[in-house]
Write a protein that binds this ligand. Structure first.
Ligand SMILES: [Fe+2]
Length: 208
């Protein structure tokens, strides 16, 4: 699947030094797509800004970071099951629609849409989440995110950061992982920039 407005199908997930030097602090989070940075922490699904996000995500490592840059894989379906049992009030909120900025693409009907974070139908499950794009959408629209929604998002982030639902692995040169992007979410630990053009590089493909 195309991954940007130029319809690129094979994307290098690699810090963009030029853009990183251009924006600082909060602006960095607002202007750059996650794959262009060396920040860690934000656990997400890929393509949440698409009507139909990719079902599969392939990540191949062509250059690892000297330090850091571990891949974090989080089982979103297990989180769903946990919430259903233990915190159904939060799950109810997370199944409601949230505004999402459709960053990196051009849409004739505007650059923001509304989607639930968890979708569950009979034989269908989808987790759609990238918190920065949600917060950016509310900021653009000048709408305050309701306190109940913020609380549910904070709890979700806490679960995603817990060891109970995640695995951490370091991909080395030549390694490839394939993730089901509907039921797993992912992130990474922050990493040091290598020198010059020798940056951590993962090659990413999205499959319908
Ligand atoms: Fe990603």
């Amino acid at each position: 699947m195309p991954q940007d407005k130029a319809k690129t199908k094979i994307v290098e997930v690699k810090p963009n030094i030029e853009l990183l030097n251009k924006f600082f602090g909060q602006k960095k989070l607002e202007k750059l797509r996650y794959h262009q940075t060396n920040i860690g922490g934000s656990i997400h699904s890929d393509g949440p800004q698409l009507e139909s996000p990719p079902k599969y995500l392939l990540l191949a490592c062509s250059k690892e970071a000297n330090r850091g840059g571990h891949s974090i894989i989080v089982h979103a379906k297990k989180i769903y099951d946990f919430l259903k049992k233990e915190k159904s009030s939060y799950l109810k909120i997370l199944k409601k629609k949230f505004l999402i900025e459709r960053r990196g693409f051009d849409y004739p009907n505007g650059n923001i849409f509304e989607k639930p974070i968890f979708e569950k139908k009979k034989n269908f499950f989808r987790f759609r989440y990238l918190r920065e794009y949600i917060e950016a959408a509310y900021k653009i629209k000048k709408i305050k995110l309701a306190p109940g929604k913020i609380e549910a998002l904070n709890f979700l982030d806490k679960l995603m950061q817990s060891n109970r639902f995640q695995k951490k692995i370091k991909l080395n040169q030549g390694d490839l992982i394939i993730l089901n992007n509907n039921i797993l979410s992912h992130g990474r630990t922050k990493f040091d920039l290598n020198s010059g053009d020798d940056q951590r590089t993962l090659v990413r493909v999205w499959v319908k």
